[in-house]
Design a protein around this ligand. Structure first.
Ligand code: COA
Length: 175
């Protein structure tokens, strides 16, 4: 049994609300950053968890994806970057977190997200999934589209955090 994460306010113990935002982040985009920024205002701590997903062939290694995320969340003190393999609910329990955050971009995301949320609830009824609507201007974004446009020489300046743009361009050129 894992002990809940506690914060002390004066002499009162308060359970910290910890959320996990999981994903491939190959690489992180401004759409992801929108969700990270907004969820960091709602929860005491947000853990952005990079999944080592064996069914996808990523461009960036897990370590590179975490590095890009770390550079992107400078200035958000309650956001942590981590990674996991295996079941998401096991990772969440190991972190004493209570909430899964997912972004919804379009109706097409809904079916897949609904299925995952229900399966996660079946596996771990104590964990709640919270959906945030992605800001309209990012609703068409995905990591794949950024990689495709970037690798064909298109401008990806407004699609990814500015601080990591040179790293992404360099990697795309290498490949
Ligand atoms: N802005 C921009 N892009 C977004 C986005 C947003 N707000 N939200 C999602 N996306 C894009 C991602 O960039 C990604 O694009 P890509 O396919 O081009 O790489 C795509 O949507 C998929 O999103 P992602 O968040 O990376 O999800 P995923 O489907 O790869 O993984 C996990 C989702 C990690 C939550 C899921 O695979 C998981 O839980 N894995 C662990 C194993 C497990 O527990 N399985 C049982 C779950 S029921």
């Amino acid at each position: 049994m894992v002990e809940p994460a506690l914060a002390f306010i004066g002499r009162i113990e308060v359970e910290m609300k910890i959320a996990v935002y999981p994903g491939s982040f190959d690489p992180v985009t401004n759409g992801h950053m929108d969700i990270i920024n907004r969820s960091s205002k709602i929860f005491d701590k947000v853990i952005v968890a990079v999944v080592n997903n064996r069914s996808k062939t990523p461009l960036f290694t897990v370590e590179e994806r975490m590095e890009l995320l770390k550079k992107s969340v400078v200035g958000l003190p309650n956001v942590e970057i981590d990674h996991f393999e295996g079941l998401l609910v096991d990772f969440i329990r190991s972190k004493n977190a209570q909430v899964i955050v997912r972004g919804l971009r379009a109706i097409s995301d809904f079916e897949y997200e609904f299925q995952m949320a229900l399966m996660n609830r079946k596996l771990a009824p104590e964990i709640e999934t919270v959906f945030m609507m992605t800001r309209h201007k990012y609703s068409y974004l995905s990591s794949s589209i950024v990689k495709e446009v970037g690798s064909l020489g298109g401008c990806i300046k407004d699609l990814v955090p500015e601080s990591i743009l040179p790293y992404i361009i360099k990697k795309l050129k290498k490949n």
